[in-house]
Design a protein around this ligand. Structure first.
Ligand code: ATP
Length: 424
């Protein structure tokens, strides 16, 4: 009898929580065949490229650098899309082409269907202002202005009156956890706080898209982790589309709904963190992800068993006992009519209850450990190992999504390990 089978449930419609619904949405950004050559001799560089020369050969002959090589991808509204790759792979160039801080050599970048590459200066300025916010690694704060004025600077340039822009700036400072710091000067702040100011500044004009270039790379590891959590939280609250550049795989796996891995100016794979890890499309990706600790990537929802039948708490001990005997299992979870998890009943306790005429409620074990579907395995593994019973995975509306036992963890790790090895 397997421990993970000790839960039976009524058929609960399982809603897939992946981004499957969003794939039918129109992309907010579509990059098509984007190429960037730095240097005068770009036409010759492109000729050499189409005749099969490498980036280094092209540079040797022309002095020009092929920084982006026919890049195409879509970004879906509300997702965090991470551009990841080693130094020099073209991440920053790609990000800066999106707001045209760098002019692409060839290709299209559609923002909500409009090609930013073809825009004139006025239209470009308006698009940048209303749709795009940028956050830099170096914070790029104005040292002689207060935090409030730094945050309000974009609005000041647009001619927004002082009172209105300060009210807005104060509001976004609150949003990033810096309420009350408006009067401080940038050099009075820690690195993490400075980057919060950078984030606030980008949010003042309420852009749809945030472009973040190695935004947390200059921060100490602990502060960096805090900022990543803060960004995930903000993202959940505000639903912005984020394009996030990083060379750090852990950061990419933590923040990305999808990740594009870049090499020599080209995208070598786009996929969810799980896809990149468990299904690397080529040897380069495989090598890139070889040392990843799977427990930090897998979440509770990927390891849990999806529940099948449920015992309602109105059912009584006789029904519970019947279900357990019928399915040859030692225990069941019990839920209310609203599908909230109430607790767990063991076979022995149910038999006892029937004998003594007790009710189901009298024998419920209610301190069943509960974890959230998106909890990482590394955070919950000790809880699961120490729990005498399977742990319940419950979403934030209280719905029981599944159960995890010790065996399920080992099975999931073995499965993922096999998947990774099978592609080797
Ligand atoms: N202004 C420039 N002039 C000439 N070459 C450039 C320029 N900016 C970038 N490059 C070159 O383009 C290529 C891609 O650089 P890019 O900065 O986009 O890479 P990256 O992946 O962001 O790396 P890093 O993390 O080091 O910034 C590199 O070969 C780089 O040397």
């Amino acid at each position: 009898m397997k421990l993970e089978e000790s839960a039976i449930f009524e058929k609960i419609p399982i809603e897939d929580t992946t981004i499957e619904n969003t794939t039918s949405l129109q992309p907010i950004i579509s990059v098509r065949n984007l190429t960037k050559v730095f240097g005068q001799n770009w036409e010759r560089a492109l000729e050499l490229h189409s005749s099969g020369r490498t980036k280094d050969e092209i540079y040797e002959e022309t002095g020009s650098t092929l920084a982006l090589d026919d890049v195409s991808f879509d970004v879906i509204p509300g997702e965090t899309f991470v551009l990841m790759g080693l130094s020099g792979s073209g991440k920053s160039t790609l990000l800066r082409c999106i707001n045209r801080l760098i002019e692409p050599t060839e290709g299209e970048i559609l923002l909500d269907g409009e090609d930013i590459v073809g825009m004139g200066q006025e239209e470009l300025r308006e698009t940048r202002r209303s749709k795009l916010g940028m956050i830099f690694q170096s914070f790029a704060l104005l040292p002689h202005k207060t935090v409030l004025d730094n945050v309000a600077f974009g609005l000041e340039i647009q001619g927004v009156p002082a009172e209105e822009r300060h009210t807005k700036a104060e509001e976004v400072l609150q949003m990033v956890g810096l309420g009350g710091y408006g009067g401080s000067m940038p050099d009075e702040l820690s690195g993490g706080m400075k980057q919060r100011v950078g984030l606030a500044r980008a949010l003042t004009s309420d852009p749809d898209i945030l472009l973040m270039d190695e935004a947390f790379s200059a921060l100490d590891p602990l502060i960096r982790r805090d900022m990543q959590d803060e960004l995930l939280d903000l993202q959940q609250r505000l639903g912005k589309t984020i394009i996030f550049v990083t060379h750090d795989l852990d950061e990419a796996l933590k923040l990305g709904d999808r990740i594009a891995l870049m090499k020599d100016g080209a995208i070598v794979q786009v996929g969810t963190p799980e896809e990149i890890l468990t299904n690397p499309e080529n040897a380069y990706v495989e090598k890139f992800v070889a040392d990843v600790d799977l427990t930090r990537v897998l979440t509770a929802s990927e390891v849990m068993r999806r529940p099948e039948p449920v015992a309602q708490c109105t059912a009584g001990p006789r029904v519970a006992l019947h279900l357990m005997e019928e399915h040859d299992i030692p225990g069941i979870f019990v839920i209310t009519r609203q599908r909230m998890l109430r607790g767990r009943v063991t076979l022995d306790a149910a038999a006892e209850a029937v004998k003594k005429g007790k009710q189901l409620a009298d024998i419920l074990i209610t301190d069943v450990p509960i974890v959230a579907p998106d909890a990482s395995l590394s955070d919950i593994i000790s809880l699961i190992v120490e729990s005498p019973y399977p742990v319940a995975v419950v979403d934030d509306t209280g719905r029981l999504r599944g159960v995890i036992s010790r065996g399920a963890i080992l099975a999931a790790l073995a499965r993922k390990g096999e998947d990774v090895n099978a592609t080797a």
